[in-house]
Design a binder for this molecule. Structure first.
Ligand SMILES: CC(C)(COP(=O)(O)OP(=O)(O)OC[C@H]1O[C@@H](n2cnc3c(N)ncnc32)[C@H](O)[C@@H]1OP(=O)(O)O)[C@@H](O)C(=O)NCCC(=O)NCCS
Length: 162
């Protein structure tokens, strides 16, 4: 039984653990372990997460008392009509059982008035993530070459109108 609820400070360590396990499972083979290690180190600091969970769009999926996944979005600083979906990560043990759909649904249900679309970036090569977004009617807007801590990657920008 899965429960989706707002994230809280005491979830921070578990969110980091889920992120670490899921990053390796998702990107192993096309992003170096060194870069993944850096991402977890820099983007998932427990102290930062404890602040980020205060954001209105940070939810966790709890299965049998443990955090199994999370989603985090914020309103774009450049365009208040856009909600940027930064992360949706689910422990691979639970993939394919509808939990990711429930996390995204929670965000969609919570969207403030005035927001007219959701935007996100998914790395080229991440067919699990891209397949998920395509199934939720996100459409590709553009592709851009960027560096992830010095490693060249291509990210696919996708959007969904609300
Ligand atoms: C993306 C993610 C959150 C989806 O969660 P999930 O619980 O596995 O997804 P769901 O079971 O709700 O699946 C919903 C739909 O997504 C699509 N999907 C799910 N897994 C997929 C896969 N491995 N390949 C392609 N499409 C997939 C399917 O269309 C599915 O619908 P269906 O079950 O009717 O076929 C999860 O797989 C995950 O954490 N992946 C790694 C992290 C990631 O890529 N995050 C997004 C980039 S930031």
């Amino acid at each position: 039984m899965v429960r989706i609820r707002e994230a809280k400070k005491s979830d921070a360590e578990e969110i980091r653990s889920v992120a670490e396990k899921t990053w390796y499972a998702t990107y192993d083979g096309f992003i170096s372990h060194e870069t993944i290690e850096t991402v977890i180190e820099k983007w998932y600091k427990v102290t930062d997460l404890k602040q980020q969970v205060e954001d209105p769009y940070f939810f966790v999926a709890v299965v049998e008392g443990d955090v199994a996944g999370f989603v985090h979005a914020t309103i774009s600083k450049e365009d208040k009509e856009v909600l940027e979906l930064h992360r949706i990560y689910l422990d691979p043990d639970y993939w394919g059982q509808g939990v990711g759909s429930k996390l995204l649904q929670k965000v969609l249900e919570s969207v403030d008035k005035g927001i007219d679309r959701i935007a996100l970036e998914v790395l080229q090569g991440n067919e699990v993530g891209r397949g998920f977004y395509v199934s939720k009617d996100f459409e590709e807007v553009e592709r851009e070459s960027v560096e992830l801590f010095g490693e060249p990657v291509t990210q696919i920008v996708m959007e969904k109108k609300l």
